[in-house]
Design a protein around this ligand. Structure first.
Ligand SMILES: [Zn+2]
Ligand SMILES: [Zn+2]
Length: 262
């Protein structure tokens, strides 16, 4: 499984890191060139020919930083629809997308455009905890603990499984499922704020380095490669310092443009 990081932050921001500017973008990950996990970043990171290869988009929840790439993708692809792009998530997320975004007020309804018989987007509903086949992979959506209905994903292909936490604070189910997953090769887990912003993290239901460490331990695999994402760019360096102090063996902080093969 090849995972390309298009965006991995909790917000968009241009940072000055040393002498090189660093563009932080909201969360979007491209698997095997055809399946997106979250849609916070698509167009700014992909050529049109690459956007055309996307067949499925898994959505963890409706927060804007995870869906904001969808309207531009729709505009980019609408004059050349061969097969629809399948928006895949729980009923809560898909219903919200139709009533709040593609409602002909905030944005045209691309679930009916360019024509209702052959729209650009179609929806596929996932039942939580039930495996579904998507582009030759098996995907399981597992509810996590966030401000709005949110799922993380377990994505299996052959002998490799990826865990994607979604936005979450303290939770249980997804770690239990991960702990029992023999082919688990990597976990992408969110951490949004530094420890001294724990109050804001709790109020917005996100993790800090300390609470991340408690959650990660629940998988019971201290050596598992873990990729931290969803850092708020303005406090990125502070979060990185606090994560480094945890001395977790295979911990990495994700960067835009990174490619990971598991
Ligand atoms: Zn969120
Ligand atoms: Zn988010």
């Amino acid at each position: 499984m090849k995972i390309r990081v298009l965006g991995c932050h909790g917000s968009d921001q241009l940072l000055e890191e040393g002498r090189r500017p660093k563009q932080c973008r909201t969360c979007g990950f491209l698997i095997n060139d055809t399946v997106m996990v979250d849609a916070g970043t698509i167009g700014p990171a992909l050529h049109l020919s690459e956007q055309k290869r996307i067949r499925h988009i898994l959505l963890s929840h409706l927060h804007f930083d995870h869906i904001q790439g969808l309207p531009a993708l729709a505009d980019n692809l609408v004059d050349d629809v061969i097969d629809p792009v399948v928006l895949t998530s729980t009923a809560d997320v898909l219903n919200g997308l139709q009533s709040h975004i593609f409602n002909d007020k905030v944005f045209p309804n691309f679930l009916k455009l360019p024509n209702p018989e052959h729209p650009l987007f179609v929806c596929r509903t996932l039942e939580p905890r039930k495996p579904s086949e998507i582009s030759g992979m098996e995907v399981i959506a597992i509810p996590v603990n966030h401000l709005v209905p949110t799922v993380g994903f377990l994505i299996r292909e052959g002998q490799s499984t990826l865990l994607y936490s979604g936005d979450t604070c303290e939770t249980e189910d997804i770690w239990k499922v991960a702990a029992g997953e023999r082919t688990l090769k990597a976990a992408f887990i969110e951490t949004s704020f530094p420890d001294d912003m724990a109050e804001l993290a709790t109020a917005s239901k996100h993790l800090t380095p300390s609470s991340f460490a408690r959650e990660f331990r629940k998988i019971g695999r201290p050596d598992l490669p873990v990729y931290v994402y969803h850092l708020k760019p303005r406090v990125r360096e502070q979060i990185q310092r606090e994560l480094a102090r945890l001395k977790i063996k295979n911990l990495n902080v994700l960067e835009e443009g990174q490619e990971i093969t598991i």
